[in-house]
Structure formats: structure tokens, C-alpha cells
Write a protein that binds this ligand. Structure first.
Ligand SMILES: C[S@@+](CC[C@H](N)C(=O)[O-])C[C@H]1O[C@@H](n2cnc3c(N)ncnc32)[C@H](O)[C@@H]1O
Length: 208
């Protein structure tokens, strides 16, 4: 009887300590998951801000952007936020231009490199993973953009400081504050949707 009672007490103690152990392990797991989530979120937001979501420019609008910028084989076309690489790949394929695409998303960069190889222009274009706000675009003679107005405004001082006079900046859909474009091209795309393309020419004036 006494033995039975002692066994029950011991069994209770084992059950209690198991409950405590399971609780500690659960709390520690939750803390680990939270801290790693916070770590990756803060490194993305502080090091590499996402300025615009991925939405590709339709191919007929890409062709129009390149035509509006008068791209030729002597141009070096930079697409800032280059998505699947279609703008620089098209510039290389259609005009023989060199191109550089920069995107924050590593999957887009792998996809672009594959697309460039498949299009046979792997020797004319390159794709870099990086933050366009940190980019060196001084080699560009044409810069293409499909971002949003606030991102264009952040890029404006960078572009106007780095680009040589005569270089063109072409933006699908979004303007750049009070920097007056040289050309505004409004048209309906192949799907019948309204589109607008802006073209500016760098003139050596730095615009904050
Ligand atoms: C609207 S898509 C445009 C894609 C391509 N230029 C086109 O017109 O088809 C915007 C792209 O910008 C990229 N992006 C957003 N913020 C960025 C940043 N800070 N640095 C580099 N790329 C960025 C996104 O990953 C996305 O691929």
C-alpha cells in the first residue's frame, strides 16, 4: 500500500517535470523562430529596400521604350529593377546594344541569365544582384525604369549625378517630379490598355 502510494507520488513528479520541460522547449522554439524571422526581415528592409513589386513590362511596350530612346548598337542600356531581363535582352537582340540588368531578387537574376542564354545574347548582357539605390550607372548611355514615382524620385539625384550629358532615361508609366521630360509618348498597347513612356536627357545638371 505504502509502496503503491510512493510510486504514484514519484509518477506525479515525473509527469510534472515532463510538463515543465516541454513548456521550456516550446517557448525556446517559438523564440528561435521569431528571432530568425526578425533578423531576415530587418536585413532585407535595411540593406536592400524593395522599391517596387515585380510586374513585367509587356513586350510591345518594351519595344516602344527602346525605340523612344533611339537605342543603337553603341548604347549601353541599364535596366534598374530588371525583372526577367526582357528590356536589356531585347536591346541586345534587336539593336546589338550592350546591357546590364540589376535586380534585388536573386530568382529574377537567375531567370534573366537563363533568358539571355536562350536568346543567344549572353555575351552582350550581364545581370547583377543588388540594390539599385547603391548602383554605379556611370557606364550607361540609356537607363530604363519601370518602378513607381517615389522610387524614380529617389533615383533622380543618382542618375543626374552619374550619367554623362546626352544619356537618356526612359520610364514606363511613372514620371520624375519636376524634371521635365524631353518626350512623352502616350499610346494604347497590344491589349488596348493606355500606356505612357517618358524620356529625359541628362544635361549635366544635378537634380536633387
Ligand atoms: C515593375 S518590375 C519591372 C521589371 C522590368 N524592368 C520590366 O519592366 O519588365 C520592378 C523590379 O524592380 C525590382 N526591385 C525593387 N526594388 C529594388 C531595389 N531596391 N534594387 C533592385 N531591384 C529592385 C523588383 O524585384 C522587380 O523585379
Amino acid at each position: 500500500m505504502l509502496l503503491n502510494h510512493d510510486l504514484r507520488k514519484q509518477e506525479l513528479r515525473v509527469v510534472r517535470s515532463s510538463v515543465v520541460l516541454i513548456s521550456v522547449v516550446s517557448v525556446l522554439s517559438v523564440l528561435t523562430v521569431l528571432s530568425s524571422a526578425c533578423g531576415s526581415a530587418s536585413s532585407v528592409s535595411s540593406d536592400r529596400p524593395t522599391l517596387a513589386p515585380y510586374v513585367p513590362t509587356p513586350q510591345d511596350v518594351v519595344d516602344r521604350m527602346l525605340a523612344d530612346a533611339n537605342v543603337t548598337s553603341s548604347d549601353v542600356v541599364y535596366d534598374l529593377g530588371s525583372g526577367d531581363g526582357r528590356i536589356v535582352i531585347s536591346a541586345a537582340k534587336k539593336y546589338g546594344a550592350h546591357g546590364v540588368g540589376i535586380d534585388i531578387d536573386p530568382d529574377r537574376i537567375s531567370e534573366s541569365r537563363r533568358n539571355a542564354r536562350n536568346a543567344g545574347v549572353g555575351d552582350l548582357v550581364e545581370f547583377q544582384r543588388g540594390d539599385i539605390l547603391q548602383a554605379d550607372v556611370s557606364r550607361a548611355t540609356v537607363v530604363t525604369l519601370y518602378l513607381v514615382s517615389s522610387a524614380n524620385l529617389k533615383l533622380r539625384p543618382i542618375l543626374t549625378r552619374q550619367l554623362r550629358p546626352g544619356s537618356r532615361v526612359v520610364s514606363h508609366a511613372f514620371g520624375m517630379g519636376d524634371w521635365k521630360p524631353e518626350k512623352i509618348d502616350r499610346f494604347k498597347d497590344a491589349q488596348g490598355d493606355d500606356r505612357v513612356i517618358y524620356v529625359w536627357r541628362a544635361d549635366g545638371t544635378i537634380r536633387p
